[in-house]
Design a protein around this ligand. Structure first.
Ligand code: GRG
Length: 294
């Protein structure tokens, strides 16, 4: 296993241990909601957002112990968005990460409440981030609430719902991905930096890195949708079906989408150059994502 893979696995374990400590136990009454929260929290997610948060803190010279609070908070918010996104009134998905979704296991009412409880818990957790000379609980909570709110995560979901069945143009597609994907990646990095008392310049560098990485992540996701579907369905049949929706390959074509993913990744890498050796993990994660093993 490469050094990066070992490090990533270790970070996932550190995050999982802290999440286990912070979340109410499965026995806490009423047990159903706490079991449902844990069912979705420990379902095999990659922990990309918390790992970015920890790597950002490291880039700014901060302690991992402090960064673990925002790291867990962003993962809890991410999980809430997935639970709600899977509901019958949204994407109506029965499977996530190869397991039955929350509403399939617990029923729709409890799944809605599970998302609500996780969203609320995210703020309880982020507010516990130790204060630094430049940032206090109010800064941490504001950062997360702006990202979770109607202009970012929820706004992106609304645009997505409104765009269903329509052919979107590139600008509309980017607007959705900025809100649904890049915003929470940016906040994960920013909160990691803030927990390490980053300077305004460092905060801007992390924002630029997160924005470009978030868009690159989505372009790569769309490319994989096409290539993997093509592989699964057979070389000629699959491709047309897979591009027949609003994705980067559908709008730009496959080759241009690959170039766009590389261009965005380079912009992300350029943004973190000022961190030098301390930004090594951020740099490695971005390159690894472009190769899409993460
Ligand atoms: C507020 C209901 C609601 C939704 C907000 C974030 C979001 C909008 C919906 C979630 C669904 C989705 C496809 C979002 C795009 C971001 C994305 C690619 C999520 C998947 O992230 P990964 O790959 O997931 O990090 P894991 O399973 O590893 O945690």
């Amino acid at each position: 296993m490469s050094d990066l893979k070992i490090w990533l696995k270790n970070q996932q374990e550190v995050v999982d241990t802290k999440l286990d400590q912070l979340l109410p136990s499965s026995e806490t009454a009423p047990a159903t909601i706490h079991q449902a929260m844990r069912y979705s929290m420990f379902a095999g997610g990659k922990r990309l957002r918390p790992i970015l948060c920890l790597a950002a803190a490291e880039a700014c010279g901060g302690a991992q112990e402090a960064a673990l609070y925002p790291a867990c908070a962003v993962e809890v918010m991410h999980t809430y968005s997935l639970v709600h996104d899977d509901l019958p009134c949204m994407d109506d998905d029965d499977l996530r990460r190869g397991r039955p979704t929350s509403h399939v296991v617990y029923g729709e009412g409890v799944a809605v409440l599970t998302g609500d409880a996780l969203l609320t818990e995210a703020f309880t957790i982020v507010a516990q981030t130790p204060q630094t000379p430049l940032y206090n609980a109010s800064h941490f909570v504001s950062e997360l609430s702006e990202t979770g709110g109607s202009k970012k995560l929820i706004g992106g979901q609304v645009l997505d719902l409104e765009g269903e069945g329509q052919k979107l143009n590139l600008q509309q597609l980017i607007q959705i991905h900025e809100a649904k994907t890049a915003a929470l990646l940016c906040s994960s990095l920013r909160l990691g930096g803030m927990s390490a008392n980053c300077s305004p310049e460092q905060l801007q560098a992390l924002t630029d890195f997160g924005y470009n990485l978030g868009l690159a992540f989505q372009v790569i996701d769309d490319i994989l949708d096409v290539t993997q579907t093509t592989e699964q369905l057979g070389k000629t049949a699959g491709k047309d079906e897979a591009v027949d929706k609003s994705t980067y390959p559908a709008i730009l074509g496959l080759e241009e989408s690959k170039k766009e993913a590389a261009r965005l990744t380079k912009l992300a890498l350029d943004a973190i150059k000022p961190f030098g050796e301390k930004g090594r993990r951020l740099d490695e994660i971005a390159r690894y994502m472009l190769e899409r093993e993460f």
